[in-house]
Design a binder for this molecule. Structure first.
Ligand SMILES: [Zn+2]
Length: 85
């Protein structure tokens, strides 16, 4: 599975940056484009949307530490899955 969109690892790195409050606005478009073609990232993004408002508010306010930690766990789990491919 390869295409023009960035790979999962790149997307997950963007999501990590978001969790650190460092996401560039262009990355959201990238993330959303990727999610249109990738079910596993889409599932993650959907859940992060509910918990941290991913790509809705441009990381304006710092996220609560526990929310951030839980979100990071999800990202890490997916990254580990990716690494096994
Ligand atoms: Zn993906």
């Amino acid at each position: 599975m390869s295409g023009k969109s960035p790979n999962c690892a790149a997307i997950l790195a963007d999501i990590s940056a978001y969790l650190d409050g460092e996401l560039e606005t262009t990355a959201c478009a990238e993330i959303e484009a990727h999610c249109a073609t990738c079910a596993s990232c889409e599932a993650l993004v959907q859940s992060l949307r509910a918990t941290v408002g991913l790509c809705r508010e441009a990381a304006a306010a710092p996220l609560p530490e526990d929310v951030r930690r839980r979100a990071r766990e999800s990202v890490r789990r997916l990254l580990e899955n990716e690494a096994r491919h």
